[in-house]
Ligand binder design. Sequence first.
Ligand SMILES: [Zn+2]
Length: 375
Amino acid sequence: MLNFDAHLPEMLAMLKTLVETESPSHDKAAVDRVGALVAQECRRLGATVELVPNAETGDHVIARWNPVPAGEKRGEIVLMHHMDTVFPLGTLARMPFHTQAEKTFGPGVLDMKGGIVITLTAIAALHQAGELTRPITALFTSDEEIGSGTSRALIERLARQSDLVLVMESGLVDSSLKTWRKGVGEFVVRVRGRAAHAGGEHEKGRNAIRELAHQVLEIEKLTDYACGTTVNVGVIHGGTVTNVVPELAIAEGDIRILVAEEAGRIRAALQSLRPAFPDTSVEVTVDFNRPPMPFGEKNQAAFARAQQIAATLGEELKAGGSGGGSDANFVAPLGVPVLDGFGTIGADYHSEREWIYTASLASRAQLTAALLRNW
Ligand SMILES: [Zn+2]
């Protein structure tokens, strides 16, 4: 196998270009600029590139090597990436791309422009060695950080046709893969009471904040650590000024589940919340965005095989998981083996301290190339 350490300078140069092309999810033109760079590089490596037009966010990019006719299964591996980041345009000025000691910093180095560089480098190595023989599809989407609304169907369609999906999101800081991920939901609780003068007619008021406080305590009881469920009230707002009995109070929260059935329990519990005090109303909306990705049988088998391939490189691959969702969550319910966390290794993602171990670019490219060749 090629020595990927020798490729590190080129990998860093490519990562610098991608990071310095800032791409917040909501800025179509910005994400399209990354899409153009990625498409150009894939074409240079012999891929057939398809741009999937998207009016809301950036166009999605699909690159195919040795494509399989639609509807057939022939050992195809799909690699998934997103090109958008959580960082607004201009972040780069405060958070410039730079390498310091063993780490590299910059908006999106970890989540997940490093993963894009790893795939393109692994494929380039196979291409150069004449070993790019299996069907490979690389998908680069534009809206993962805002829920993958326009890419979900595409993700599911490509996954269904494949034998294995590799999600090139970052690994855990100890280099473990993300073999399970929690499902993610959101909820909003709106409480309405009755406004009144806090001095003159206090007794006529129905305090929405008091009612909401009661509801928050009920909601917090739904957390069940033993089965991996958390329900978190993350935002509350209500009232207007101190001398008015508040008419409106709102709570917003986040739900994480590891067991698919928990979605039903939490939904039912939230929707059955009833006012504790007279003359108030409680209205709840619940929305599950990503289903959970448990470490089920198929993923365990895929992980064991990836472990064997890693062992041939002298690397011990470890299994870990994450409470955060990714596009792997959409693949898991389809019954297609999916391994996540093949991207760079680092931490502090979604913060201005986001960093990667620079050397992980090379080690993960080597692992990915080995997987694509030997799977
Ligand atoms: Zn990501």
